[in-house]
Design a protein around this ligand. Structure first.
Ligand SMILES: [Zn+2]
Length: 158
């Protein structure tokens, strides 16, 4: 997808996760939304930096890059939530775009996609983005509910 769609996706995911983490309807929910939405949106922009160097949809669109961003908060106590933006970027490119991404680059240059994807220039790209975003938030909701029921510490904040 294009930058516009990734910004829409990142902002909506950030707002959704912020609300899910603190669904109080008060100032704490607003605080949660800002503390999550900004790093998630920044993370959603990271993978497409490979349009400027490396190979687009490969260099920064693989599981190894995601692993680095997921591990970063645990190692440096910094960049919490950025990995969510990177992950949702991958999901949007995988599910929403016709081309897909090279999930295992540099081990493999094969690009993975879904049969539902559209070209980034398609006039329905924004609608597909919203549908993928709703799907991602639904999965996120059930992950949060599952971790709450299991009494597990939420792995979102590192
Ligand atoms: Zn991308």
């Amino acid at each position: 997808m294009n930058k516009k769609e990734h910004i829409i996706n990142g902002v909506l995911i950030g707002i959704g996760v912020g609300v899910l983490l603190s669904p109080t309807g008060d100032k704490w929910m607003v605080h949660s939304v800002f503390s999550v939405a900004i790093p998630v949106t920044l993370g959603a922009l990271v993978p497409d930096i490979d349009t400027e160097f490396g190979k687009h949809r490969k260099t920064l669109h693989n599981v190894f890059v995601l692993a680095v961003f997921a591990a970063f908060p645990f190692v440096y106590d910094n960049l919490q939530y950025v990995w969510i933006g990177v992950l949702t970027h991958f999901v949007l490119d995988y599910l929403g775009s016709k081309r897909g991404i090279a999930l295992f680059y540099p081990l493999s240059t094969d690009e993975w996609n879904s049969p539902f994807g559209v070209k980034v220039t398609n006039r329905f790209a924004s609608i597909v983005t919203i549908l993928v975003t709703v799907f991602e938030l639904t999965i996120g909701y059930f992950v949060l509910i599952g971790s709450t029921v299991a009494g597990a510490t939420l792995p979102l904040i590192g």
